[in-house]
Design a protein around this ligand. Structure first.
Ligand code: FAD
Length: 315
């Protein structure tokens, strides 16, 4: 792509007959979508998305060509972009996908084989695949370590916890695809959605959905309301000063937060932090992925219950 097509101030692609295309922000037109992603250290990534007219079959066969991409860009933007092959010998990938590539694997585990990341799920729209995949890896990683320490059953919770997150992300991805599709009705829906996103409560719901943080991992019916959720980011007042819980969990080890004030809680092999905090909880047992394994509001939490939960999760 010639450099005089780029605005040096904004990095936008200037397309005569269409206007500027800002980097990394998908453009929606009456005919489809276009995006331009100038990733550092490699040729820019260019993609188009088109919706077939009802009753037509536009599916191509054979390897994708640069001419096919140029024609797609022309249809979507209504203007030509001088796309040439990237410098260097390649391999340069041109890829065509028919239909939305939004899928989740039938199962996440087969014996000693586990699926993580894009091997377990892919999402055509939304830009959350990396995030969800990393959370899969963190979820499985500490459980493999726990299994080595004797908590073998913990491995069975991997799919039970992570698959519902992929299912939720599919809902999000499908909604994103719908909002990118052409048509005046969709334009109205986008306008309404934009108005809703001015409300902090709605932003919270969507942000948690995007972050994969709106799914509570399975816990028993009588579990504490915090169990199965990411740990709340409390300010902990300890004898050494105030520290955010989010900072303490960086070590990715089991952690017992003792907020009883009497300081009597302990579990073998689990680091204990004694503190005060603005919460009704008197104790929190955190997993290495900083999800709450167990919590109590009792002034004197029952130590056997705590030890039982710790043995189940950590071996
Ligand atoms: C255009 C595009 C834009 C995206 N944008 C975003 C975004 O904004 N935000 C986001 O969160 N996600 C985004 N994603 C998704 C994100 O890139 C993926 O979810 C993420 O990279 C998946 O990571 P992974 O490690 O599971 O798989 P991969 O990144 O695919 O890594 C798998 C690795 O395994 C290697 N491999 C494959 N087979 C073998 C083999 N037999 N032996 C040895 N190695 C092998 C591959 O070469 C590859 O390096 C985007 C994806 C695309 C395509």
């Amino acid at each position: 792509m010639p450099s005089d097509w780029l605005d040096p101030a904004t990095g936008a692609l200037i397309v005569p007959g269409h206007g500027p295309v800002r980097p990394f922000l998908p453009v929606r037109t009456d005919r489809g979508g276009f995006s331009y992603a100038p990733l550092p250290g490699r040729p820019p990534l260019v993609s188009t998305t088109e919706w077939a007219e009802p009753g037509t079959d536009r599916s191509e066969t054979g390897p994708m060509s640069l001419d096919e991409l140029r024609a797609g860009v022309r249809r979507v933007l209504g203007a030509d972009v001088p796309l040439g092959p990237p410098p260097g010998s390649g391999p340069h990938v041109l890829r065509r996908l028919d239909g939305g590539n939004t899928r989740v694997a039938e199962r996440y585990r087969d014996g000693r084989v586990f699926l993580v990341g894009d091997a377990a799920h892919v999402f055509a729209a939304g830009g959350t695949g990396l995030d969800v995949g990393l959370q899969d890896a963190v979820n499985l990683g500490w459980k493999l370590a726990a299994a080595v320490n004797g908590a073998v059953d913990v491995l069975d919770t991997y799919e039970a916890e992570r698959r519902p997150v992929a299912d939720r992300t599919i809902t999000y991805s499908q909604a994103q695809s719908a909002l990118l599709s052409p048509g005046e009705d969709v334009t109205g829906l986008r306008r309404l959605f934009g108005e809703l996103l001015a409300q902090p409560g709605v932003v919270r719901v969507v942000a948690d959905l995007i972050a994969g943080a709106d799914v509570r991992y399975p816990v028993g019916d009588d579990a504490h309301p915090l169990a199965g959720l990411p740990a709340p980011d409390l300010d902990l007042r300890t004898s050494a000063g105030t520290v955010r819980l989010a900072e303490l969990v960086r070590t990715a080890r089991p952690l017992l937060i003792d907020l009883t004030g009497s300081g009597g809680l302990r579990v073998d092999g689990v680091e204990v932090v004694r503190a005060e905090a603005d919460t009704d909880a008197t104790a929190l047992l955190l997993r290495p992925d900083s999800y709450v394994a167990w919590a109590s509001n009792d002034a004197r939490p029952y130590p056997d219950e705590l030890r039982h939960v710790a043995a189940r999760w950590f071996g």
